[in-house]
Design a protein around this ligand. Structure first.
Ligand code: FEO
Length: 170
């Protein structure tokens, strides 16, 4: 059995990951409304990845004999006005998610729950990649966003992102 605090945090993370998916769908819709289908595609796939993360947390709880409680998902709360707003919002959000994953890791470490720590290792690495990607998008936009032709090419590049299932299998 999992420690009660660890199980509570893992269950809360299911909600956070679904919220991430919801937030990124909001970003995707914002870009569709602004005619940037490549950016919209990038965030739609990001939303699919977040849903996968939620399912992985659910499966881990179930594999350890815990019932999953699904709570209401908050409304996306980032104000989107400028084209760069989702990029900054996404980076900020990934930093928050990293801190949440680290908090669960810390709780597992406190009770010597090595199994959960090993499960979370994949997410620790994933968060590093997600922060790098989110920061990279900001850098690209800062470089090319003000030139319509370069923005068109960047949009095309982001439109090429395809979904792939997570490498973590439980
Ligand atoms: Fe599930 Fe973007 O972290």
């Amino acid at each position: 059995m999992l420690d009660a605090k660890v199980a509570e945090l893992l269950n809360a993370q299911v909600n956070k990951e679904f919220y991430s998916a919801y937030l990124y769908l909001d970003f995707s819709n914002f870009y569709t409304d602004n005619g940037l289908e490549g950016f919209a595609n990038w965030y739609k796939i990001q939303a699919q990845e977040e849903r996968d993360h939620a399912l992985l947390f659910m499966k881990y709880l179930q594999n350890n004999g815990h019932k999953v409680t699904l709570d209401a998902i908050d409304k996306p709360d980032k104000e989107l006005k400028e084209l760069a707003d989702p990029l900054h919002g996404g980076y900020e959000h990934e930093q928050l998610v990293t801190s949440l994953i680290h908090s669960i890791y810390e709780a597992a470490d406190n009770v010597k729950d090595f199994r959960t720590m090993q499960f979370l290792d994949w997410f620790v690495k994933e968060q590093g990649e997600e922060e790098t990607n989110a920061e990279g998008l900001i850098k690209k936009y800062d470089l090319f966003g003000s030139d319509p032709r370069a923005l068109y090419m960047l949009d095309n590049e982001l439109g090429g992102r395809v979904y792939s299932a997570p490498s973590l299998v439980l």
